[in-house]
Design a protein around this ligand. Structure first.
Ligand code: NAD
Length: 285
């Protein structure tokens, strides 16, 4: 067991009223017999913006928080306020977990490790020979890092913002010189050659329904991994399953980023499968 008898953690972000992280963390802690409180610190509700981050971090330290999860729009702006970064957080330029310990603030990124763990669990034996990814934003940068770390050999990135796709592709190519990373080009040609598709745009969310690419570009030899998890079975995953693709929902990434953050906050190993089941029950409510 950890030396700490109770834990106080939180989530800083904007519009986080619907986040399932508090419930996921607190329920797993309850099952482990820990005293654990997870507070939302919602910039929107507080009528604050990212300029409040220095004050909020100081307040959290003074009130004895063990750590914080960090989400939109603070994952980059929190970095200059930290003392240390994990290698992955530094490479990604984004932090979603901050440990507050002995007066120090240590930044980590469990978005990418969460996606990688979910991927290995759900699609353990698929080919990473030629991966196409749609979306080069915040989630896109994390899942692309995961795909490259897992050994994607040819990686082609598309984004409606072509400059964004090129910038991320350049960064990835520098970090992973043994692989080939491209941005843009012909989506139909890339999809015809692809062994897998990662979807990291907001398309398909309940508030943004639809498909991020024409359904006829999907083929049965493709696996399809979505990052969107509300709804859990997106239109893309339904279309992919209809042509016989193996699929992975965005739920795994959401759960495993919490699993990895929980371990960092407490030093204890949570039961990932139990957290997964709990997450599914939360979604079906
Ligand atoms: P973002 O705004 O940072 O990036 C989205 C990117 O997608 C933008 O660059 C945009 O130009 C691009 N885009 C939009 N429509 C496109 C299309 N049809 N084709 C190609 N590119 C397109 O957003 P984000 O923070 O990266 O979030 C993206 C999605 O990921 C959201 O739905 C979010 O809820 C989800 N997400 C899931 C998890 C998880 O744990 N499963 C974690 C983080 C984010």
């Amino acid at each position: 067991m950890s030396a700490s008898s109770s834990y106080l953690v939180g989530l800083i972000g904007s519009g986080i009223g619907g986040s399932l992280s508090p419930a996921m963390h607190e329920e797993e802690a309850r099952r482990l017999g820990l005293s654990y409180v997870y507070r939302r610190i919602d910039l929107e509700g507080l009528k604050l913006d990212t300029s409040a981050l220095p004050d909020l971090l100081l307040a959290a330290e003074r009130m004895g928080f063990n750590g914080l999860n960090i989400t939109y729009p603070c994952k980059q702006s929190v970095i200059p306020l930290l003392h240390e970064l994990s290698d992955d957080a530094r490479a990604l330029g984004a932090v979603n977990t901050v440990l507050l310990k002995d007066g120090r603030r240590i930044g980590h990124n469990t978005d990418w490790s969460g996606f990688a763990r979910a991927f290995r669990r759900g699609l353990p034996d698929v080919s990473l020979e030629h991966v196409v990814q749609l979306g080069a934003g915040g989630a896109g940068a994390a899942v692309a890092h995961a795909a490259m770390t897992m050994g994607a050999r040819e990686f082609t990135l598309f984004d409606v913002d072509a400059a964004r796709a090129s910038a991320l592709a350049d960064e990835l190519q520098k970090r992973f010189p043994a692989s080939t990373v491209k941005a843009g080009g012909s989506l139909p040609d890339a999809m015809a050659a692809a062994t897998g598709l990662i979807h990291a745009t907001p398309t398909g969310m309940a508030k943004l329904p639809g498909l991020p690419l024409p359904a006829q570009l999907l083929h049965k030899d493709l696996w399809v991994a979505d990052v969107v998890y509300f709804p859990i079975r997106t239109a893309l995953l339904q279309a992919a399953e209809a042509v016989g693709c193996r699929t992975l929902t965005g739920g795994g990434m959401a759960v495993y980023q919490a699993v990895d953050a929980f371990r960092l906050f407490t030093g204890l190993e949570p039961d990932a499968e139990r957290m997964f089941m709990h997450f599914q029950s939360l979604l079906s409510r």
